[in-house]
Write a protein that binds this ligand. Structure first.
Ligand code: ADP
Ligand code: MG
Length: 472
């Protein structure tokens, strides 16, 4: 089924509660995305589903709405479970479910992922939850320890099923699914449809409906430019692209971790705030990188494909393909991260002579020729340095110390005397709090935070930027 055959893209055509309709309006979800329009009439009617659509197409709401629809909030039992490949993705899914559930009665959503201690998760489970979102390995752990009772489960979701298979979660998924009641609804979402998915679905889904939205669907909305380079100029060319196009933020994809590290060094040397996201990072470092990128303290996120899996970064102005990927589908996924919603996207692709075979495969898949621009026709626009507008302050102390974003904002705008508009995003994690502030007040704000009490206690604060330099 394709988007064009769907009857209505209006959420009001769906059997959703008035509260949910109101939530959708307040979130600015005015029309269904194609995958939502194609799947929601089926899933809200209780059908099992296999859905395939590219990253950024609104798959989360496509499964969150039916699982919330089937949920009875008066009964405190685990009624829905979402399996995701990574912790970041689980966090994002959890946030989206909470956003969508905000006008419904108190619905408890828990994330259960590796990389965090298991005992606090077990304690939270003992208090009760309606929805759990997590990685298959950690969920399996909880099942083996009898922490998690799935006997009341009504909806099972496999999100990014292709990625979970890639990451070796097949056996865990099988074991977890076996512990779910037979009469549940199962929804499987995937960006691609490899053989393993068909096998998985045969095992667990009951007469599933299949819904597919073409992966190149809105590629026309993405402006793609190709630039020929050789390996000795490739990394400097990235700087040149940034100076010319001046995106507020960008992801630069590399094929290897080493290339990621090298590119970060080159960009940093040019005064461009760039951070690497690759598989060798500890979970805490990954979190810090993503927080700094999302709060606008870093302009460029330099990532491998594996590390960037499942990330949803809203409003990404540009994707830079530093290396051409050997897999043309991966190219489509990479560039699909820019230009979401109505925004036009920008994809800047570098390729050397050796990579032209790969470029050919991409042209074939996209059904159009590449447009080449000579690199030396680009000129730096403007003379302003390309600094990210914010810097991130790290405060030692987080959720465990009961710090809330409002406490930090209150301290900075109250006693410290800063203006609200100088303060950006505030993220509270278990042990740390991260606050973005205007770049030019960074040091003053750190000094104030180190002298003022927060929640009645003295705290330690420092600029994350300085921390990174110490580690070099
Ligand atoms: P996917 O899982 O397919 O990669 P997401 O579910 O993460 O995509 O959605 C991508 C973005 O689109 C999110 O920021 C989400 O809030 C937004 N979104 C989803 N559905 C709609 C809609 N109907 N209208 C507007 N924005 C939407
Ligand atoms: Mg998703």
């Amino acid at each position: 089924m394709t988007a064009s055959s769907t009857p209505s893209a209006d959420f009001s055509s769906l059997p959703l509660s008035a509260a949910m309709q109101e939530t959708l309006r307040s979130l600015g979800y005015l029309a269904m995305t194609p995958i939502q329009a194609a799947s929601l009439p089926l899933t809200l009617a209780g059908q099992d589903l296999i859905a395939q659509a590219k990253t950024g197409s609104g798959k989360t709401a496509a499964f969150a709405l039916p699982l919330l629809h089937r949920l009875d909030s008066r009964e405190l039992s685990v009624q829905a479970m979402v399996l995701c490949p990574t912790r970041e993705l689980a966090d994002q899914v959890c946030q989206e479910i909470r956003r969508l559930a905000r006008l419904e009665a108190n619905i408890k959503v828990l994330t259960l992922c590796g990389g965090s201690p298991i005992r606090p998760q077990a304690e939270s489970l003992a208090f009760g939850a309606h929805i759990v979102v997590g990685t298959p390995g950690r969920i399996m752990d909880h099942l083996e320890r009898d922490n998690l009772d799935l006997s009341q489960l009504r909806t099972l979701v496999l999100d990014e099923a292709d990625r979970m298979l890639d990451m070796g979660f097949h056996d865990d998924i099988v074991k977890v699914a076996r512990q779910c009641p037979k009469d549940r609804q199962t929804l499987l979402f995937s960006a691609t449809y490899p053989e393993g998915i068909a096998q998985l679905s045969k095992q667990f889904l009951r007469n599933p409906k299949e819904v597919k939205v073409a992966s190149t669907h809105d590629a026309a909305k993405i402006r793609q430019h190709w630039f020929q380079v050789d390996d000795s100029t490739r990394l400097d060319a990235v700087t040149q692209l940034l100076w010319h196009f001046r995106p507020a933020n960008a992801i630069a994809f590399c094929n290897t971790k080493q290339q990621c590290r090298d590119l970060v060094d080159v960009l940093t040397a040019h005064g461009i705030e760039a951070l690497a996201l690759h598989g060798d990072l500890e979970q805490r470092d990954r979190d810090q990188v993503l927080i700094q990128f999302a709060n606008r303290s870093a302009t460029v996120l330099v990532a491998t494909d594996v590390a960037a899996r499942g990330l949803d970064i809203a409003q990404l102005e540009a994707v830079i393909n530093v290396d051409v990927t050997p897999d043309a589908e991966v190219h489509i996924h990479r560039i699909g991260r820019t230009g979401r919603g109505d925004a036009e996207g920008l994809a800047l692709n570098l390729a050397s002579m050796d990579e032209m075979g790969r470029v050919g495969k991409i042209e074939q898949l996209q059904g159009r020729e590449s447009q080449w621009t000579p690199l030396d026709s680009l000129h730096a626009s403007g003379t302003e340095p390309l600094h990210a507008p914010m810097v991130t302050i790290q405060i030692l102390g987080g959720r465990k110390e009961k710090i809330r974003p409002g406490d930090v904002l209150g301290a900075l705008t109250g006693a410290a005397g800063f203006e609200g508009k100088q303060i950006g995003k505030i993220n509270v994690t278990d042990f740390h709090t991260y606050v973005a502030v205007d770049r030019d007040i960074g040091r003053q704000a750190v000094a104030k935070l180190n002298t003022l009490p927060l929640k009645g206690k003295k705290v330690k604060a420092r600029l994350l930027m300085d921390l990174r330099q110490d580690e070099r």
